[in-house]
Unconditional design. Structure first.
Length: 219
């Protein structure tokens, strides 16, 4: 029993060390070490990107293979970039695409208001309404797409959003937000299905989806 417990603790320690190295170095040659440790611990962690922007090429590749796609974002700028353009143009045809963006019409002290306050602490260019306007622009874009593609569904949420999730039936990309930097500067984790991190990503999305409201395209 002691040897068994020691083996588990050793695997967890090895995963932690490799994760830290991956975050510091962010180099592809270390990904195979991360993958080996994830198999030992069951986390499903396969890659670590130093910044989420560096994951976009791999995200585009995985979207091209996906049977379904789920996106939970705090702003949604990636939805209007080249990564998702084959999806919106009809080149890709997954069974369903579910998109969650923050509710820009939520009354009172919404999560979007609190996130905007955090951003203004380190980015003076963020006026009180700038973040809401950016989310509205991205939401209008997806709403327009949804008119022509009935398998695309857009909903809005007003919950504390601690991470961005881009998930397919094969894998998930998770970016955990910081209160002191933009999400684009945060590390991005790639988790294969099945695995603990993949399950956490889907759970995060499902909770937000269950507590969301429909965002119908404007006529």
């Amino acid at each position: 029993m002691t040897a068994f417990l020691f083996g588990i603790l050793s695997s967890l320690a090895a995963s932690a060390i490799i994760l830290v190295i991956g975050l510091v170095r962010g180099s592809r040659p270390l990904w195979w070490l991360v993958a080996v440790c994830s198999r030992l611990t069951g986390t499903g962690l396969a890659r670590v990107y130093r910044q989420q922007l560096s994951a976009e090429g791999d995200i585009a590749r995985d979207l091209g293979r996906a049977r379904w796609i789920k996106v939970l974002a705090g702003r949604g700028n990636i939805l209007t970039r080249e990564v998702f353009s084959p999806l919106w143009s009809g080149e890709l045809s997954p069974e369903s695409v579910q998109v969650l963006l923050p509710d820009t019409l939520a009354p009172g002290d919404s999560w979007l208001d609190r996130r905007s306050q955090d951003l203004r602490l380190f980015d003076p260019g963020f006026t009180p309404d700038l973040l809401k306007n950016q989310v509205r622009a991205n939401m209008d874009y997806i709403a327009q797409v949804a008119r022509a593609q009935p398998h695309v569904e857009l909903r809005s949420f007003n919950l504390p959003n601690t991470c961005r999730v881009i998930a397919t039936d094969r894998a998930a990309y998770l970016t955990f937000y910081s209160s002191s930097s933009h999400g684009r500067n945060s590390p991005c984790l790639y988790a294969r299905a099945p695995g603990l991190l993949y399950s956490i990503a889907l759970q995060q999305f499902d909770v937000a989806w269950t507590n969301s409201s429909s965002s119908h395209p404007a006529p």
